[in-house]
Design a binder for this molecule. Structure first.
Ligand code: NAD
Length: 356
C-alpha cells in the first residue's frame, strides 16, 4: 500500500535542502518504492500563508501521513512576532500533536571528514553512535514546577524529575529495537546512585533486556558517559537516556563529528510514524544562495525509509550514496577542505542522485 510522506520545507535553507532530499526519494520511488508526497508549510512559511506556524491545513496533512520530512524553521523576519506565532512554536506543536516521544540522533563521522572534528582523527574516525532520547517527559515537563516564595520569604525555583514505568518502557523498546538492527549494544545512561527516577529507569531497562536477549545491555552514570563520549566515543553503539541527559549528551555527541550540516534526526511515536529533520536550523545567513549542505536532510530521508517505511536495504542505499560522494571529494562550504571540490547544494544533490 502506498505510504504518504508529508513534506514541510519550512524557512531559510529549508526549501533548498528538502528539494534535494525529495529528489533522492524520487529515485527510490522510480525504482518501486511505493510512496507519494503531500506538501504543506510549517513555521514562518505557514505564518505567511495561514497566520499560524502549525495551521490546520498542515495538521491535517501531517496527521494523515505515514511520515513527515522537515527542513528547518525560523528566521529574523519572524523574531518580532509574539511567542505563540513564532516559527519554533510550530515545531513544538507538531511534536506534541503527533506524540513524538522518541528522538533518535545518530552521530556518524565518515572517515573522509575525520579532520572536521576538534578531536584527534584516530579517536573519532569511523564513529557511529545512535542516541535515543526520551522527548516528552522528565524534568522538562514534570509537575510541580515554577518559581515560588518559600516560608522564609525567599524565592525558590522548582522542577520535578518524573518518569512513569510506561514512559520508560516505551522508549526502552525503541532503543532495544534500534540496537537489535545495529551492533546489538545498548548503553542505558542514568544517575541511579543519586536519583530515584533513574533508579526506576535502570530497573526497567534491565527487565526489558529479557525481551531482547540478543542485545547486550550496559549501564553508565551520566557524568561518566559525558567523559567517555570524549575519551573513547567508539565504545558506544546505541545509548538510551531521559530527556534532560539526552538533550546534553546528543549535542555533545553531535559535535564529535564537527559538521552540523551532516547530522540527521528522527522523532518517533508509538506507531512508528516519525518526523525526520536535520539537526541544524534554517541558516538564514546562507538562505537562498544554493550553498547549504543538503546531506543532513538526505540522511534524514534515509532514517525515514528505515524507521517509518521499514526498508533497511533502501535506507542503506541512500547512506552508501552519501558516503560515495564524500569519497569522490565533493564538499559544500561547511565541510570544505583543501584538495576537495566545492559544490553547491543542488550539485551535491545531483551527485547523490547519480551515486544512487
Ligand atoms: P543554524 O543551525 O541555522 O545555523 C548555525 C550555523 O551553521 C550558521 O552559520 C549556518 O550557516 C550553518 N549551517 C546550518 N546548517 C547548515 C547547512 N545545512 N549547511 C551549511 N551550513 C549550515 O542555527 P542558528 O543560526 O542558531 O538559527 C537560525 C534559525 O534557525 C533561528 O531562527 C532558529 O530558531 C532556527 N532553528 C531551527 C531549528 C529547527 O528547525 N529544528 C533548529 C535550530 C535553530
Amino acid at each position: 500500500m502506498s505510504k504518504t510522506i508529508a513534506v514541510l520545507a519550512g524557512d531559510g535553507i529549508g526549501p533548498e535542502i528538502v528539494r534535494e532530499a525529495v529528489r533522492v526519494l524520487e529515485v527510490l520511488q522510480r525504482d518501486g518504492l511505493d510512496i507519494r508526497f503531500e506538501y504543506a508549510p510549517l513555521g514562518g512559511a505557514a505564518y505567511d500563508e495561514y497566520g499560524a506556524p502549525y495551521p490546520e491545513f498542515t495538521q491535517n496533512i501531517c496527521r494523515a501521513a505515514d511520515a513527515v520530512l522537515l527542513g528547518a524553521v525560523g528566521g529574523p523576519k519572524y523574531d518580532h512576532l509574539e511567542r505563540p506565532l513564532r516559527p519554533e512554536r510550530g515545531l513544538l506543536a507538531i511534536r506534541k500533536d503527533l506524540n513524538l516521544f522518541a528522538n533518535l540522533r545518530p552521530a556518524v563521522l565518515y572517515p573522509e571528514l575525520a579532520d572536521a572534528s576538534t578531536l584527534k582523527p584516530e579517536v573519532v574516525s569511523g564513529l557511529d553512535i545512535l542516541i535515543v532520547r526520551e522527548l516528552t517527559g522528565d524534568i522538562y515537563f514534570g509537575e510541580p514546577r515554577g518559581i515560588t516564595t518559600n516560608e522564609k520569604g525567599e524565592r525558590e525555583g522548582i522542577n520535578t524529575m518524573r518518569y512513569s514505568e510506561s514512559e520508560i518502557r516505551r522508549i526502552g523498546h525503541i532503543a532495544f529495537q534500534a540496537a537489535a538492527k545495529r551492533n546489538k549494544k545498548l548503553c542505558s545512561v542514568d544517575k541511579a546512585n543519586v536519583l530515584e527516577t533513574t533508579e526506576l529507569w535502570k530497573e526497567i531497562m534491565t527487565d526489558l533486556n529479557r525481551e531482547y536477549p540478543e542485545v547486550s545491555l550496559s549501564h553508565m552514570y551520566v557524568d561518566n558517559a559525558a567523559m567517555q563520549l570524549v575519551k573513547n566515543p567508539k565504545q558506544f553503539d546505541v545509548m538510551v537516556t531521559g530527556n534532560i541527559f539526552g538533550d546534553i549528551l546528543s549535542d555533545q555527541a553531535s559535535m564529535l563529528t564537527g559538521s552540523i550540516g551532516m547530522l540527521p534526526s528522527a522523532s518517533l511515536n508509538e506507531t512508528g510514524k516519525g518526523l525526520y529533520e536535520p539537526s541544524h536550523g534554517s541558516a538564514p545567513d546562507i538562505a537562498g544562495q544554493n550553498k547549504a549542505n543538503p546531506l543532513a536532510t538526505i540522511l534524514s530521508a534515509a532514517m525515514l525509509v528505515r524507521y517509518s517505511l521499514n526498508d533497511e536495504a533502501r535506507a542503506r542505499r541512500i547512506e552508501s550514496a552519501v558516503q560515495k560522494v564524500l569519497q569522490q571529494g565533493l564538499r559544500t562550504g561547511d565541510i570544505f577542505e583543501e584538495g576537495c571540490r566545492l559544490v553547491s547544494c543542488s550539485e551535491m544533490g545531483d551527485a547523490v542522485v547519480a551515486a544512487l
